[in-house]
Design a protein around this ligand. Structure first.
Ligand SMILES: Cc1cc2nc3c(=O)[nH]c(=O)nc-3n(C[C@H](O)[C@H](O)[C@H](O)COP(=O)(O)OP(=O)(O)OC[C@H]3O[C@@H](n4cnc5c(N)ncnc54)[C@H](O)[C@@H]3O)c2cc1C
Length: 479
């Protein structure tokens, strides 16, 4: 007999996977118990994403990941419905309409922690009081709010947070869930078939961008994770800071659209070893530390929602007279600052939608400290370019660099563009790759902004004197 209702609805967000997806697993389990049906729903909100400055690459990646998810779900006999709104405010009504059409009783989802997302979810709860909402925490290792200091406070400093996470993690917390078993094929009533037809993936249109260098489905993301763990993670501690070396995992984009969960990453890296992971290599330990940075910033967003409203974490830094100089900002954006390491990094970002972590720290410090330009301008620009744009990590990274955030670099600490390039790109391999005009310039000259040989190659004069810029910044912070 044709199925007349879909009782269990899985609302996919940044968790576009069938493996280790708590919301999907719970829906399938409950449906198996009560004999009901399951469907997935994804809500496209391009206007809202634009307000959040999501890059075209990130949208394209979401689109492709969703396309692959719909195929994986089809194999489980779970149809995927796509709804389109402009902004989050329209979500509750749209979802209510769907829940009514399907007679859905249960909605399952993995939490998102931003303020707009939390308001959206609360509004859905208000408008759909008779539906049972089932929330899970699939994009973190531990539920935000559960990792606290001995005084019951949310951590503001990373190292004790990391130690607490490692102490708290239970072996069970780390076991990724298998993908649910395929459900029996079913035929739906004409009314439900119509809903499925009218709300297909074709409604989600994106401007095509080349994302071929990035894992855009679960299978490739899992195999990239496995390659990294078998070939590169042991050397990670020694190689991760050198942008010319493929020393990091490049899994951030896959993690942020949810092709991979942090549990899957942790499990792959530790190969099933229980916490606190005694006996693992320094490389693995360091990499786990980075996964916990991501966790830290998500917990910070949950605990201190004001940072979602463009506010500095450290209130007193709102008094810093940030500059709003568009001309200088353009030079930073376009990679024409006259500092080769900064410019090469910006070229990498603009061309690929990704930038090496050491260079994110360097370029962010250069903009916010040396140029004293409002860190929020840089935060927004990064978000608009990055394929792995992730509010918590991006805001956390920017506020760290600008000395306005949790566990931030002290205001008197600067990353020097010349010393950083000497240390991390001594031979200039990275710089020469991203600034081809400097290919024939001797390597040691690359670390001397303003050198005649750089100018002769058509490369610009440095836009600031580093010592003066430092003094200006120190004075601005001292007030
Ligand atoms: C100014 C600035 C902006 C940033 N913006 C983003 C962003 O929008 N999205 C984003 O995912 N990361 C951001 N980061 C963090 C970091 O640079 C990237 O996660 C990392 O470069 C991704 O490369 P990877 O996957 O090879 O990392 P790996 O070195 O392989 O690390 C493994 C994973 O750990 C996480 N991670 C690593 N470093 C950090 C960190 N410092 N903070 C939070 N998580 C981390 C990422 O999920 C990463 O995929 C930013 C850092 C700074 C300083």
């Amino acid at each position: 007999m044709a199925v007349q209702s879909i009782d269990h609805l899985v609302w996919f967000r940044n968790d576009l996977r069938v493996h280790d997806n708590q919301a999907l697993v719970a829906a399938c389990k409950n449906a198996a118990m009560d004999g009901g049906s399951v469907a997935g729903v994804f809500i496209v909100a391009k206007g809202q994403w634009q307000q959040h400055h999501l890059s075209r690459g990130r949208m394209q990646l979401t689109h492709e990941a969703l396309r692959c998810l719909s195929i994986s779900l089809k194999a489980l006999h779970v149809p995927l419905i796509v709804l389109v709104v402009d902004i989050f405010k329209q979500v509750p009504e749209k979802l209510q309409g769907l829940a009514n059409q399907l007679a859905a009783q249960h909605i399952y989802f993995n939490h998102e922690y931003g303020v707009d997302e939390a308001h959206r979810d609360e509004a859905v709860r208000q408008l759909l009081p008779s539906q049972n909402m089932h929330g899970y925490h699939g994009s973190v290792l531990l539920k935000p709010g559960t990792v606290r200091t001995l005084q019951g406070q949310i951590y503001k400093v990373f190292t004790p947070f990391r130690n607490r996470v490692l102490d708290t993690l239970d072996y069970q917390d780390m076991l990724p869930l298998p993908k649910p078993k395929a459900r029996a094929p079913q035929s739906f009533s004409a009314a439900i078939e119509q809903v499925l037809e009218q709300n297909s993936l074709e409604l989600f249109q994106v401007t095509p961008v080349d994302i071929s260098n990035w894992a855009s489905n679960e299978a490739t993301a899992l195999s990239s994770l496995s390659d990294f763990v078998s070939e590169r993670v042991d050397a990670y501690r020694d190689t991760r800071d050198f942008p010319a070396i493929e020393g990091t995992s490049k899994l951030s984009a896959a993690m942020n659209v949810g092709l991979l969960s942090p549990r899957q990453c942790l499990q792959a890296a530790t190969q099933g070893m229980p916490p606190p992971f005694d006996g693992i290599s320094d490389g693995i330990r360091t990499w786990i530390g980075e996964l916990i940075w991501r966790e830290f910033y998500l917990h910070v967003v949950w605990g201190f929602p004001k940072i979602c409203k463009g506010l500095a974490f450290k209130e007193d830094t709102e008094n810093v007279p940030w500059r709003h100089n568009s001309e200088e900002f353009e030079r930073w954006k376009n990679g024409t600052t006259g500092f080769p390491m900064v410019d090469a990094a910006m070229n990498q970002l603009n061309a690929t939608g990704w930038m090496h972590n050491r260079l994110r720290m360097l370029t962010a410090t250069f903009l916010s400290k040396h140029l004293l330009i409002d860190w929020r301008w840089g935060e927004r620009y990064f978000m608009s370019q990055l394929i792995d744009g992730h509010f918590a990590s991006n805001n956390g990274g920017w506020q760290w660099a600008a000395s306005t955030g949790t566990d931030a670099a002290p205001y008197f600490r600067f990353l020097s563009p010349t010393r950083q390039s000497q240390r991390f790109d001594a031979q200039g391999v990275f710089i020469k790759h991203w600034i081809p005009a400097l290919a024939d310039v001797p390597s040691k000259v690359l670390h001397k902004p303003g050198h005649q040989q750089l100018l002769d190659a058509g490369y610009p004069e440095p836009m600031v004197d580093l010592a003066e810029a430092r003094e200006r910044c120190l004075a601005a912070f001292r007030g």
